[in-house]
Design a protein around this ligand. Structure first.
Ligand SMILES: Nc1ncnc2c1ncn2[C@@H]1O[C@H](COP(=O)(O)OP(=O)(O)O)[C@@H](O)[C@H]1O
Ligand SMILES: [Mg+2]
Length: 262
């Protein structure tokens, strides 16, 4: 298998990986709120959330089930739309974009990695990775080079003609990551990307995520239940009932927790 290497066709964002003090953060959530109405009931999965994510950050989001992690990720990825507040990414408040402008924005700026890979079963690894490029105008040759580069980067080029059912879970997730990075997005989000993998495959996927951050300067946000996976990130934030918990509060809660003697 060829060693994955930094590609000349993937731009690095190092020039933007400056300290937060030298410019505005890449992602700014301001009083970000999401509500769903169900009959007379209103559910508020996110409540006036403030969050800054500098370019080049690698953020892990943790929290109990139903705490709003997927909701936050989907808002930042432009898959879902806020009910209130601002969501400024790269200087644009994406909450104000029309549906079609948001779709364009998403296909240029965001790569999404899912827990269950979400590969198209009737397409080969190569064809799955090629899919997002079909939304962009480019020559067949350029498209081919981008797909090859992405497959090499995740170390799976030798499996390009395999179908998803012929791959292990870890290999499927590599293909899914290749698909997420093939358009050279600024931001990569992952919703429990290691949630369905054994420990060894999970560690390999997290190593790959670290390389996307450190070598290519990508900004990563992943949701995880697994402290081992979170440890690969530069920082971890905890959500509870739609709000971020301050680290000091979390530490206080942990120190108040006294395990029962057997
Ligand atoms: N489309 C939706 N319609 C109604 N309620 C939703 C919808 N999506 C999420 N929710 C609710 O929002 C809350 C947060 O969900 P989610 O963000 O998926 O949590 P997590 O990813 O942390 O488990 C949950 O109570 C969930 O039931
Ligand atoms: Mg979730």
């Amino acid at each position: 298998m060829p060693a994955a290497r930094k590609s000349p066709t993937m731009t690095t964002n190092h020039t933007h990986s400056r300290s937060p003090s030298s410019g505005p953060p890449l992602i700014q959530c301001r009083r970000l709120t999401k509500t769903y109405k169900k009959g007379d009931n209103t559910i508020t999965p996110l409540q006036e959330l403030d969050l800054d994510v500098p370019a080049g950050d690698f953020l892990a989001l943790m929290g109990p089930s139903g705490s709003g992690k997927t909701t936050l990720l989907n808002l930042i990825a432009g898959i879902d739309r806020p009910s209130g507040g601002q969501l400024i990414i790269g200087g644009t408040d994406i909450a104000t974009l029309s549906r079609s402008k948001l779709a364009d924005w998403r296909s240029t700026h965001v790569g999404y990695v899912f827990q269950l890979y979400n590969l198209v079963p009737v397409l080969t690894a190569y064809e799955n990775v090629e899919l997002p490029l079909l939304l962009h105008r480019m020559s067949a040759r350029e498209r081919h080079e981008k797909v090859q580069t992405a497959l090499q980067l995740v170390g799976i080029a030798d499996r390009h003609d395999h179908y998803p059912r012929q791959l292990s879970g870890g290999q499927e997730q590599r293909v899914a990551i290749a698909r997420a990075i093939v358009t050279d997005p600024t931001i990569i989000v992952g919703d429990e990307p290691t949630g369905d993998l054994d420990q060894e495959s999970a560690a390999a996927i997290m190593d790959l995520m670290v390389r996307l951050c450190e070598d290519l300067g990508k900004t990563l946000i992943i949701v995880t239940h697994d402290a081992k996976s979170a440890a690969y990130a530069k920082r971890t934030l905890h959500l509870e009932k739609g709000r971020l918990i301050e680290a000091a509060d979390l530490a206080a809660r942990r120190s108040n927790f006294v395990p029962q003697e057997a």
